[in-house]
Write a protein that binds this ligand. Structure first.
Ligand SMILES: [Zn+2]
Ligand SMILES: [Zn+2]
Length: 328
């Protein structure tokens, strides 16, 4: 069974759990670890069974709980290389040692320890004579393990950017995590290397596209033949123009690297979109510059030619509580 649960969606935090086969992944971790766990348990997902976290981009509403969650569960985090670097810069306080300096220090300490070990070995010819005995094999194995630990810098929990494991992916290059296939695609947004995903498992395809200023051809291409589409419907144009944000932020949201308006999403749904998905979830809905009714009316109008989708299967993701799981 494939299960898709939006735990939170919006400018105060984004996170979704996707499970398929024996694999369970978190897309973004934009709530505190505590809150993520609480919401997962509320929808019947066990946090301890998560296998990995995949990250769309480095904005805080997508990564604020990332390191604590990954550390607590001891699971890998998948980023593009540029997003990982940006995240690391963001999370590392400037007054502390930088990650690079810390790695360099670790490398130096490891080299010193290795040099000491080699000297000790040279000074003890009897040890080599004992080669071949079981005790010697065991001792060698232990020493090899000790050296291996010495080569890797010890987990430095004081460094906020330390993660149990980091994996890099590239937009346009699909990869798999256990039973789930992940196809990352580039999105136009004001982050260093933002992506959306098409996730596949058990023959089900799920499109995940939030945080994008418009829908370019490569994104249109990806959002086809899906069983479920999560797309943002961020703001109402009039509410944004007349709303409380300073002009600079309004410009940012409206730009080609900002967010999709209700109108932009509606236009996509009524024209380019193939209408194949059984479910459409509208997400990243602004709490200041939008209203759920406006989002719904706009999308319903756009999908009026497909009434079956509108009745039960057009859903609005929420900021403050999870959406019921969708299962296939
Ligand atoms: Zn966002
Ligand atoms: Zn963003």
């Amino acid at each position: 069974m494939v299960r898709f649960t939006v735990l939170a969606s919006g400018s105060k935090g984004n996170s979704t759990v996707v499970s398929g086969g024996r694999t369970r992944i978190l897309v973004d971790a934009g709530l505190s670890c505590r809150e993520l766990f609480r919401r997962m348990r509320a929808v019947g997902e066990e946090p301890e069974r998560l296998d990995a976290i995949i990250v769309t981009h480095e904005h805080q509403d997508h990564v604020s709980g990332l390191s604590v969650t990954a550390r607590k569960l001891g699971i890998p985090v998948y980023f593009t290389e540029a997003t990982y670097s940006a995240w690391k810069r963001w999370i590392t306080p400037h007054h502390k040692m930088s990650y690079a300096e810390w790695r360099e220090q670790g490398r130096k300490q490891a080299a010193e320890r290795q040099a000491e070990a080699v000297e000790a070995e040279d000074a003890d010819p009897e040890e080599r004579e004992a080669e071949g005995t079981l005790a010697a094999v065991e001792a060698a194995a232990q020493e090899a393990m000790a050296q291996e630990t010495a080569v890797k810098p010890a987990p430095h929990k004081a460094d906020p950017s330390w993660l149990p494991a980091v994996e890099h992916f590239q937009p346009g290059k699909p990869f798999t995590i256990g039973d789930i296939s992940v196809s990352p695609f580039t999105t136009p947004h004001d982050a260093v290397d933002p992506v959306g995903f098409v996730l596949g498992a058990e023959g089900i395809r799920i499109g995940y596209a939030t945080d994008l200023g418009y829908i370019p051809p490569n994104v249109r291409e990806q959002l086809r033949e899906l069983n479920l589409l999560l797309i943002e419907s961020n703001h109402d144009l009039e509410m944004l123009r007349d709303g409380p944000y300073p002009w600079s932020i309004k410009q940012r949201v409206l730009s080609r690297v900002g967010h999709l308006s209700n109108d932009a999403t509606a236009e996509f749904l009524s024209t380019v979109y193939d209408g194949r998905a059984s479910y459409i979830i509208l997400g990243h809905i602004s709490e200041n510059n939008n209203l759920p009714e406006l989002v719904r009316v706009s999308a319903e109008r756009a999908l009026s030619a497909r009434p079956s989708l509108v009745t039960d299967h057009l859903l609005l993701a929420r900021q403050r509580e999870p959406l019921s799981s969708i299962c296939f």
